[in-house]
Write a protein that binds this ligand. Sequence first.
Ligand SMILES: Nc1ncnc2c1ncn2[C@@H]1O[C@H](COP(=O)(O)OP(=O)(O)OP(=O)(O)O)[C@@H](O)[C@H]1O
Ligand SMILES: [Mg+2]
Length: 507
Amino acid sequence: MTLLNVERVSKSFAGVTVLREVSFDIQAGEVLALVGENGAGKSTVLSLITGLLTPDSGTIRYDGEPVRAWSPHRARAAGVASVHQELSLNPHQSVAENVFLGAWPSRYGLVRQGDLVARARPLLERVGLDVDPRTPAGRLPLGAQQLVELAKALTADPRLLILDEATSALDDDQVRAVFRVVDDLRERGRSVVIVSHRMGELLTVSDRLTVLKDGEVMATRRRDETDHDDLVRLMVGRELSDLFPAKAAPDSPQADPVLRAAGLSIPGACAGVDLELRPGRIIGLGGLQGQGQREVLRALFGLRHHSGQTEVDGRPRRLASPREAIRRGIAYVPEDRKTEGLHVVRSVRANLALPSLRVLAPARALTTVSRRRENELVEELIRRMQVKTASPAQEVRRLSGGNQQKVALAKWLPARPRVLLLAEPTRGIDVGTKREIYHLLRELADEGMAVLVTSGDTMELVGLCDEVLVMYEGAVVERLAGAELTEERLVHASVVGHSTAEETSRA
Ligand SMILES: Nc1ncnc2c1ncn2[C@@H]1O[C@H](COP(=O)(O)OP(=O)(O)OP(=O)(O)O)[C@@H](O)[C@H]1O
Ligand SMILES: [Mg+2]
């Protein structure tokens, strides 16, 4: 039985066509994946299904009937639930309150906290989340917040669940929990539409995959008649080779560290972390989600109060504020671009030009940035990062998720930082652009930059980094480089919390 039919649907924004005669269908009890590059139109299609947007032409049929006066409210009432790329939780309310937002169990209109907490527990368990339902949602790491969103979507027992990059902030264990939920929905005849840039995951969980490119459907394939390379070819329109660039020669003489930390500690987050960042090297911070990786980056950028020693160019330097960090040549691209990395209501141009104002301005006339110089710079960054935007004047929040991420990274480049700290640099980014970013980071390293990245993607850490430090409960438990840097060793240390060598010596 067909649950949903999207028939020749088109959509434009301000004269720019974003979807062109898009057609696909979803059966009851089916999991359909939508894949495509950043800006291909995936989220836009989903907004049409959830009633957030209305198509310019074409028809959407739900349960055999063309939807009329469709709206988020009607879609929800008809059993459509969704988890988005962007989180919608209220950070100050408890997990339980967030899960039942709008559907609180009440008696005589009063919210009963005890009920709420008791009813939240099984839902949280279902999504594999082991947290106290009374915790304020804002205190949870990003991945856990995404799972709370999922629990919230499940409260109404949806007929169609939409997951738009809902797994992007999750570690492998959490992704498996989500896929158990998906499998369970399928078994009960429910349908799921899933969008993700992690193709491996999609090839495991979905029944069929529809590929979008520049707003058009390129193909719909059954899972057993396609593979990774086939999908990438359809998405990108060409073969994609050498995803990862060559690494720094392992035996090349190493430059002195530009940034060194010894015994870096933050109560409750990390303890005794030693690391050295050298020009020309890309260092990774791996481990399961939330083992202190993010806190280390934030400390080095002066965002977290920390103890221990930090040295820049061999001299002790306090990194007590982002201002000081930036003055020492340290740049930071955070994982939560919406709240930390970007001014989303400002234009692409303003975001790209901000950190460079000092560079652009003649020494003593900070206020007279040449408009022409700024425009050149912005155009150049948009080209280099292949940011898909109608114009530099477009507001950042109107960009697709992956294109926002590109802006968050691009804005630092003209300032030529000496140390680049990146949290999850390719989250939500399509495979073609991932390749660009990997090659760009290596280029920057070759030009003398020291790079530190955190990533939940083991393949990325192994493929990109010269050395990976594995964190477990706030401590570095393993350092892998050269032939030892394999996905297997990395996953092992992440899960058990100590190195393979240690294990052998214990046995
Ligand atoms: N409200 C809007 N106003 C103007 N342009 C928009 C709006 N919403 C989306 N777009 C444009 O439509 C195109 C498709 O965006 P969409 O968010 O659907 O991409 P996507 O496939 O989800 O990409 P990503 O993988 O990066 O999330 C983009 O070029 C985007 O800038
Ligand atoms: Mg999107």
